[in-house]
Ligand binder design. Structure first.
Ligand code: ADP
Ligand code: MG
Length: 287
């Protein structure tokens, strides 16, 4: 049977915009000592500004951005919205677009195969490219396996992200970990800015699952539990793997809301610490 006060905990949480799917998750939260976060849209705003458009010879900036934006029409990733916002002009007709999580998109434009994605996506297609000497998330473009250039975009931490990490530190959480599909430069810069303890970059969704599995292994972890916090884009597998999965409801997909144990309405990652505070108070009432 479930102690009545756990329902009190769930009620208190829901008043703060924190929807807990069962009293067992509040109990589990009391044992969490590691909190892992997705980056894009979770710790950062997920609204990228285009900072550089770097075409190869014989391609103009306008052509490069137009092609990237045309292909990105087929994605719901925050990167897509950001590139589309930077190109207000007319878009090209695009066929057969497919998206691969953690890579980017592939589509047909004017009868030619176009790739719009990260270094992994171009490497997988054996396209040689030049890594720009600019800090930021880099979106490469290739046409018929020839490198066309890249678009560099920059995201910034949410105002609430610093507070989220600080509150967890104050609660005595041992590790705050960033798990990101973005590149090493961007991941380490933002993790350092937020004073997180650990950062893993260039990850595919399956890599995130593996790392959380390692963190949750009892031998490694002395029966402590691991929470994962994500915005729902590409996060469904890792949400299901963590002992406690948090989906940020504001941007989250239906699948992520379903896979999560706790749904945070709105976009504040500090709600994780707030949920822990409620869980602790609830336990004190039980005892
Ligand atoms: P994060 O772990 O930071 O939330 P994702 O797993 O959603 O990131 O994406 C990882 C990386 O995959 C992005 O940084 C980007 O390089 C690439 N990517 C994902 N979706 C797209 C897209 N629609 N267009 C271009 N690149 C993409
Ligand atoms: Mg993400």
């Amino acid at each position: 049977s479930v102690p009545l006060s756990f329902f009190g905990g769930i009620g208190a949480a829901s008043k703060q915009g924190i929807l807990v799917k069962g009293s067992n998750y509040l109990e589990a939260l009391n044992a969490v000592d590691t909190v892992a976060f997705d980056k894009t849209g979770t710790l950062t705003k997920g609204q990228f500004a285009v900072t550089d458009v770097l075409p190869q010879a014989n391609v103009t900036q306008d052509q490069l951005l137009q092609l990237a934006a045309s292909v990105e029409q087929n994605s719901t990733h925050p990167i897509a919205a950001s590139i589309l916002a930077a190109y207000p002009g007319e878009l090209l007709p695009v066929q057969d677009a497919t998206e691969q999580a953690g890579h980017g998109l592939r589509a047909t434009v004017n009868g030619q195969t176009v790739i719009v994605g990260n270094a992994k996506a171009l490497n997988a297609a054996n396209v040689t490219f030049i890594k720009p000497d600019a800090p930021g998330t880099v979106i490469y473009v290739a046409v018929a396996n020839h490198y066309w250039g890249c678009v560099v975009i920059a995201d910034e931490p949410k105002n609430d992200a610093n507070r989220a990490i600080q509150l967890l530190n104050q609660r005595g959480i041992q590790q705050t970990v960033m798990l990101t599909g973005d590149n090493h430069t961007v991941g380490t810069t933002i993790a350092k800015q937020l004073q997180m303890t650990n950062v893993y970059t260039d990850l595919l969704p399956a890599d995130k699952v593996k790392i959380v599995e390692q963190l949750t292994t009892p031998a490694h972890h002395r029966h402590k539990k691991v929470a994962f916090v994500g915005d729902g884009i590409n996060d469904t597998p890792v949400l299901a793997t963590a002992d406690v999965g948090f989906a940020m409801g504001g941007l989250g997909s239906d699948a992520a809301v379903e896979a999560a144990d706790i749904v945070i309405m709105g976009d504040e990652p500090s709600k994780v610490a707030q949920a822990m505070q409620i869980a602790k108070r609830t336990r004190q009432i039980v005892i």
